[in-house]
Ligand binder design. Structure first.
Ligand SMILES: Cc1cc2nc3c(=O)[nH]c(=O)nc-3n(C[C@H](O)[C@H](O)[C@H](O)COP(=O)(O)O)c2cc1C
Length: 271
């Protein structure tokens, strides 16, 4: 029995975990997106900003997959236009899970509370499985996730704030990163630099100070009902067999995003 929706205030007090949500479009195209989720008593809550391919897919199919990953290249890749990652077929639902998932949970939609900007989706687990061990916390992985959030908001946050926070996160990268985190961080830094270069050439891309200064850091901003506009998600072909490489493929480049999260730079060369 679905539980009543939480008020916005209650949601803001819930602990948020960062995961990767995989969905299928009605036509069977797989889509991969980082998403903050909340574990509720009998459900998992997602709050995708509109427009969202993840939202569209979940509403169309009634299903999604929650992927718990420590390969933070997926987070950094998705916000820098590298949206294609190896997947495997799900066991109980029509869908795919990430090959690199330590654990995945197959979900069915039990409640959709619509909102003009940020609907609340409550989803019940129908199956879950573990695939690899969790080796412990790594500061560089946390830094990449924080960096991915910053880069997804390049168009919203003041440049000085982003530069300062990226420089602070750099410390954890320098001290504790492995090869995957270094690569993920390089993508984020490239996106930061590309955005700066583009903004220098086209002043219209520059941040509106009033809007940027008003942005709050997560988690508050995450729970605010800010709306996205004009985004067109990049769908990726369904891939259930062993992928050629756990890395991105060129087809994943160029995903488009908008407020409050966006792809920082489009058309970057593959690493
Ligand atoms: C760590 C992290 C958490 C995110 N959480 C959310 C979220 O809760 N809701 C959301 O709409 N976008 C979130 N984003 C941004 C989305 O991943 C991105 O906009 C994505 O493209 C979702 O839109 P799509 O479903 O159209 O792909 C997050 C990004 C990162 C890096």
């Amino acid at each position: 029995m679905p539980q009543p929706c939480l008020s916005r205030e209650q949601r803001m007090n819930e602990q948020i975990f960062e995961a990767i949500v995989t969905t299928l479009s009605a036509g069977g195209q797989a889509h991969i997106a980082p998403m903050g989720i909340c574990y509720q008593d009998e459900a998992i809550a997602l709050m995708p900003f509109k427009p969202s391919a993840t939202l569209d897919n979940i509403v169309a199919t009634g299903h999604a997959v929650l992927n718990i990953v420590t390969d933070t290249r997926v987070f950094a890749g998705c916000v820098t236009g590298r949206g294609r990652w190896p997947t495997r077929a799900c066991e109980r639902i029509e869908g795919v899970r990430l090959h690199c998932a330590l654990r995945h949970i197959e979900l069915k939609l039990i409640e959709c509370r619509d909102d003009p900007r940020r609907p609340l989706l409550r989803m019940a687990p129908v199956h879950e499985a573990e695939h690899a061990r969790f080796d412990g916390f790594n500061r560089a992985q946390a830094a990449v996730i924080e960096g991915a959030v910053l880069i997804s908001r390049l168009h919203l946050l003041a440049p000085g704030k982003i530069d300062q926070e990226m420089d602070y996160l750099q410390i954890a990268i320098d001290k504790t990163a492995g090869p995957n985190e270094r690569q993920a961080w390089q993508w984020l830094r490239q996106a930061q630099a590309s955005h700066r270069a583009a903004a220098a050439k086209a002043p219209s891309l520059q941040l509106s100070p009033a809007r940027g200064e008003g942005e709050k850091p997560r988690p508050k901003a995450f729970c605010d009902s800010l709306g996205g506009q004009g985004r067109r998600p990049a769908a990726v072909p369904l891939a259930t067999a062993a992928g050629p490489h756990p890395n991105l493929s060129p087809e994943g480049e160029g995903a488009q995003h908008s407020a409050p999260f966006s792809t920082a730079a489009k058309g970057r060369p593959a690493p």
